[in-house]
Design a protein. Structure first.
Ligand SMILES: [Zn+2]
Lengths: 279, 318
C-alpha cells in the first residue's frame, strides 16, 4: 500500500495451517469434522461444502499427472540471500527453517510428466514456502521450465499460489516479474502452449506476471485471485469489501479467468484442452 | 533558489539561509556583503557535505520531494511538439499515467510516464501517481502505436505503487500490468526506461521493461516501499530507515545488482534544487542512449532485451 495512506494497523502475512496433525480435520469453511483419509480421497475438498483446501505440489502431482511420470528438475537451484537481508530474523535462517520443516526447497517446483500420456513441462507453487513468494529461484526455475517447454514442444502447465514478492530479495524479486514475462513472450512467439491454474491464494507479482498470461487461464473454486491483497485494499478505501470480492467466481464474472474447474475435474479438463491444441 | 519545502536533514542549510535573509534586511545600515559571501560559501559546502553522505532513507525522501521534476516537466523541457494522447480506448482516461507523441532532437518518439501532482488538488486528480488498469492499458496501446510506426519509446517511472483500490481489482490491475510486461518484452522498437522518482513495485515495472534502464541518483526502485516493508517484516511502521537499508533500493545499489544500466547524476542538492540543470543532464543522457539503440535491428534488440532480464536474479546451483 502507498506509504502516505498507511494506517496504524499493520499488514500481516496470513499463513494459516489448514491441516494440523491428527486423524480428523475441521473444515475452515463449514466447520464439518472430516476424517483425513476421506478428505484425501476427495481431492482435499470438503465432503460437505466442497471447500478446496490449500495443497502443495506433491498433491497436485498426484491429482494431475499420470502416476510415476513426474520427474522433478532444477532441484539444485537454491536461494543464496544476495542482499544479506536481516529483518526480525536473518533471511538465511528463515530459509533454513523452511527447508528443514517442509522438506521442499523453494516456492516453485518444476519438472516433466504426463497428462493422459501427453508430455508436459510442469511447474507448481508451494504456498507453504515463505507464502509462495517469488524470488530469484522462482524466476529462474520458471524460466527453465518455459525454455524446456519451448525446446521440447511440450505444453507448459503452471499451478500458481502466492502471497506476492520475496521481500528479502528486494529489487531482484521485482525483476522476476519481468524475467518470467520475457520468457513467456519468447514462448508465445514460438507457438508454445501455456496454461495456468490459479489456486488459493494467487496475489501480487505472480498474478501480475505469469499468472495472468496463460493462453488458457483456469481457476479453482473459491480461490482468492488479485493484485493487491484484500486487507491492503480495505485499508486504502477505508471500508469493508463485499463478500466474494476477488474470488475466482468474481474474476470469472469480471472476465479475467476462462473457466472455474473443481479439483476433481482438473485432470480431465486439462486433457481436453491439451487435446484441442494438439489436434 | 529558495525552496518551499525542506527535508529534515536539510535543516542546517535552511538555518543559514534564514540568517542571510536576516542580514540582507539590515544591509542598508551597514556593509555586510563580505559576511554574506562567507555564509553563502558555507551553505554550498554544507550542502555538498550533506548530499555526499546521504543515507538510503534520505534518498527516499528526496525522491518524494514535492518540488522534484515530474514526467510532464521533463516532457515539456526536453522534447518538442508534445501532443498528449488520452484514454485506454476501452473505459476511461487515467491521469496517473500520461503519454503521447513528441519530437526528441527531431526524432519522433512515444513518451509514457507516471504523473504525480504537486499539491492536494492536483494529487487527488493524479491519484498521487498511482495508476489504475486503464493507465497501464493506455500505455499498452501507445506502445503498439510506437511499434507500428517504428518509433522508439521513452518511459518515466515515478509511482508509489499501482492503486490498490476496489475498481482497480474489478478492472484487472494484475492483467493490465502482466500484459504490459509481455508486450514490452517483445516490442520491436527501442525502449528507454528512466526511474525519476519513486519506483515502487509492480506499478513501476508495469511500464519498466526496456533496452536501457536509467535511474536518477536520488530515485528509489524496489519491490515494496520501506514503510510497507517495515510493517510486514518488522510488524511496525517504525522501522522504515532499517527497511530502506535492508532493501538496498538506491541507484548505486541497483547498479551493483545489475538491475539498472546507468545512474543519472542530479545537481547538488537534488533535482528539485535546480530544474534547468536537471533537464540539461537528462537531455544529454537520453540523446546519447537513444543514439546507441536507434539503428539496432529489431530481432537483435528484442533478443538482447530478453537476455538482459533473463540474467537478473541471484541463486546458487550445486
Ligand atoms: Zn466444508
Amino acid at each position: 500500500m502507498p506509504w502516505f495512506l498507511r494506517s496504524k494497523e499493520n499488514i500481516s502475512e496470513t499463513q494459516q495451517k489448514e491441516m494440523p496433525d491428527g486423524l480428523w480435520t475441521k473444515c475452515p469453511s463449514c466447520s464439518e469434522m472430516i476424517f483425513k483419509k476421506e478428505l484425501e480421497e476427495n481431492y482435499f475438498c470438503c465432503i460437505k461444502c466442497n471447500y478446496h483446501y490449500r495443497i502443495g505440489t506433491k498433491e497436485y502431482v498426484d491429482i494431475i499427472l499420470d502416476s510415476n511420470t513426474f520427474n522433478e528438475t532444477n532441484t539444485n537451484i537454491l536461494s543464496s540471500d544476495p542482499l544479506n537481508f536481516v529483518d526480525s530474523k536473518p533471511y538465511k535462517d528463515r530459509l533454513k527453517v523452511t527447508y528443514d520443516s517442509l522438506g521442499i526447497n523453494e516456492a516453485l517446483t518444476t519438472g516433466t510428466g504426463k497428462i493422459n500420456g501427453e508430455m508436459v513441462s510442469f511447474a507448481s507453487m508451494n504456498f507453504s514456502f515463505i507464502g509462495g513468494s517469488m524470488g530469484s529461484v522462482v524466476g529462474e526455475k520458471f524460466y527453465r521450465a518455459a525454455k524446456l517447454a519451448m525446446d521440447k514442444k511440450y505444453p507448459l502447465i503452471v499451478i500458481t499460489s502466492s502471497g506476492g514478492a520475496r521481500m528479502q530479495e528486494a529489487a531482484y524479486s521485482l525483476m522476476q516479474m519481468a524475467k518470467t514475462s520475457a520468457v513467456l513472450s519468447e514462448l508465445a512467439e514460438s507457438g508454445g502452449i501455456y496454461i495456468t491454474i490459479l489456486t488459493d491464494p494467487t496475489t501480487g507479482g505472480v498474478t501480475a506476471s505469469y499468472g495472468m498470461l496463460g493462453d488458457i487461464i483456469l481457476a479453482e473454486p473459491g480461490a482468492l485471485i488479485g493484485f493487491a491483497g484484500p486487507r491492503v485494499i480495505e485499508q486504502t478505501i477505508k471500508r469493508k469489501l463485499p463478500p466474494g470480492f476477488q474470488r475466482a467466481e468474481f474474476l470469472l464474472e469480471k472476465g479475467f479467468v476462462d473457466l472455474i474447474v473443481p479439483r476433481n475435474e482438473l485432470k480431465s479438463t486439462l486433457t481436453k484442452v491439451i487435446k484441442w491444441f494438439k489436434s | 533558489m529558495a525552496t518551499k519545502t525542506y527535508l529534515d536533514f536539510e535543516k542546517p542549510i535552511i538555518e543559514l539561509e534564514n540568517k542571510i535573509t536576516e542580514l540582507k534586511s539590515m544591509s542598508d545600515v551597514v556593509d555586510i556583503s563580505e559576511e554574506i559571501k562567507e555564509l553563502e560559501k558555507k551553505i554550498d559546502e554544507l550542502r555538498l557535505d550533506i548530499y555526499k553522505n546521504l543515507t538510503r532513507w534520505q534518498r527516499v525522501q528526496i525522491a518524494r520531494h514535492p518540488e522534484r521534476p515530474q514526467t510532464l516537466d521533463y516532457i515539456e523541457n526536453i522534447f518538442e511538439d508534445f501532443i498528449e494522447l488520452h484514454g485506454d480506448r476501452y473505459y476511461r482516461d487515467d491521469p496517473a499515467i500520461v503519454g503521447g507523441i513528441a519530437l526528441f532532437n527531431k526524432q519522433s518518439i512515444v513518451v509514457i510516464g507516471h504523473q504525480k501532482g504537486r499539491n492536494t488538488k492536483s494529487n487527488l486528480y493524479r491519484n498521487f501517481g498511482m495508476a489504475n488498469p486503464e493507465g497501464y492499458r493506455k500505455a499498452h496501446r501507445l506502445m503498439l502505436l510506437a511499434e507500428k510506426f517504428k518509433k522508439p519509446v521513452i518511459t518515466f517511472l515515478d509511482t508509489p505503487g499501482a492503486f490498490p483500490g476496489l475498481e482497480a481489482e474489478e478492472h484487472g490491475q494484475a492483467e493490465a500490468i502482466a500484459k504490459n510486461l509481455l508486450l514490452m518484452s517483445g516490442l520491436r522498437v527501442p525502449i528507454i526506461v528512466v526511474i525519476i522518482g519513486e519506483g515502487a513495485s509492480g506499478g513501476a515495472i508495469g511500464i519498466g521493461i526496456g533496452d536501457r534502464i536509467l535511474m536518477l541518483e536520488n530515485a528509489w526502485y524496489s519491490v515494496i516501499s520501506p514503510e510497507s516493508c517495515s510493517s510486514i517484516l518488522w510488524r511496525s511502521w517504525d522501522f522504515k530507515e532499517q527497511a530502506a537499508e535492508a532493501l538496498q533500493l538506491t541507484a548505486f545499489d541497483l547498479k551493483k545488482q545489475g538491475i539498472i544500466d546507468e545512474i543519472v547524476p542530479e545537481p547538488i542538492g537534488g533535482a528539485h534544487k535546480n530544474h534547468t540543470e536537471m533537464f540539461k543532464i537528462m537531455k544529454e543522457i537520453l540523446t546519447k542512449e537513444l543514439q546507441k539503440l536507434i539503428n539496432t535491428n529489431p530481432e537483435k534488440l528484442v533478443r538482447k532485451r530478453r537476455e538482459k532480464f533473463y540474467k537478473m536474479g541471484v541463486w546458487s546451483e550445486k
